[in-house]
Ligand binder design. Structure first.
Ligand SMILES: Nc1nc2c(ncn2[C@@H]2O[C@H](COP(=O)(O)OP(=O)(O)OP(=O)(O)O)[C@@H](O)[C@H]2O)c(=O)[nH]1
Ligand SMILES: [Mg+2]
Length: 253
């Protein structure tokens, strides 16, 4: 890598007209101040508000912002895949549009990536994690039950698979996201399951978390779907769905 590595930040955004612009401003300011080349990729899929327009209207002339606009709502997993597929970075991040993990944490992740870790994931469940604003109690219980099942059935040892701040080396992103197929919130489990399967070095890093009250997660609908998806990931793996031939991409789900 001759010139300093390019950092891509993918932001899945569904009905984020109100939260997105301040997030773009903060990420843009942080990357400029850090003096490293970067690109921002917002992925909107079927929002009913003006999410994509808000991003485009904010875009300063010299800001490397790209807006991917997909008509039909397919989900966070689908959107992150679309964004990663478009990303040109050496290091590829994805972050929630509410920046519940402050962008300043990016430095910690880059240091891990530069030291050879290929998948660095934010964690709210490590002793050093700083939960400045916690999720509501029922989300924390949901999260703990879900994490228990995930550790038992899919990704042993990872204390928090769902934190919306993760980073990958380009190689790891290509290997993982070319195989990933889950469109909903459990895509996080699938990409970590794949990272393990592909023997990529994963590191869970304690982060600061400032929960944003608004959530696109429907506790009942999404937790049922997420439990089903865990079984589906294992079944698909047994069926060889993730075993790609050279140059091949995973079939659509
Ligand atoms: N493009 C796209 N983004 C989505 C979709 N569903 C959720 N997101 C985005 O995913 C991110 C996380 O959603 P939130 O509503 O913040 O979820 P949360 O309740 O904070 O969930 P946790 O991060 O697990 O605490 C936000 O940037 C959302 O806009 C979707 O269907 N499409
Ligand atoms: Mg959130």
């Amino acid at each position: 890598m001759t010139s300093s590595p390019l950092v891509s930040v993918v932001i899945p955004a569904y009905n984020e007209e109100k939260r997105l612009v301040s997030t773009l401003e903060r990420i843009d300011a942080h990357c400029r101040a850090a003096g490293r080349p970067y690109e921002l990729i917002v992925v909107n899929d079927g929002s009913t508000d003006r999410t994509a327009d808000a991003a485009r209207e904010w875009k300063p002339a010299d800001s490397p912002l790209f807006v991917i606009d997909r008509g039909r709502n397919r989900g966070k997993g689908f959107s992150v895949r679309e964004g990663v597929d478009r990303a040109r970075g050496d290091w590829i991040f994805f972050s929630d549009a509410d920046l519940s993990t402050p962008i300043e944490e990016m430095e910690k992740f880059l240091a891990r990536l530069e030291s050879g870790v290929e998948v660095v994931i934010g964690s709210r469940n490590l002793p050093e994690s700083r939960l400045e604003v916690k999720q509501p109690w029922y989300r924390r219980i949901m999260g703990k039950v879900f994490n228990l099942l995930v550790r038992l059935l899919a990704v042993p040892g990872v204390r928090d698979t769902q934190c919306g701040f993760k980073a990958f080396s380009r190689r790891a992103a290509e290997m993982i996201f070319s195989r990933a197929r889950i469109d909903g919130f459990s895509f996080d489990v699938e990409i970590l399951y794949l990272a393990r399967k592909l023997r990529l070095k994963i590191e869970e890093v304690p982060v600061c978390w400032i929960d944003s009250p608004r959530s696109t997660v429907d506790p009942l609908r999404d937790s049922l779907r997420m439990f089903k998806d865990i079984a589906r990931i294992r079944r698909d793996d047994r069926r060889g769905v993730y075993d790609l031939k050279p140059g091949e991409k995973a079939q659509e789900a």
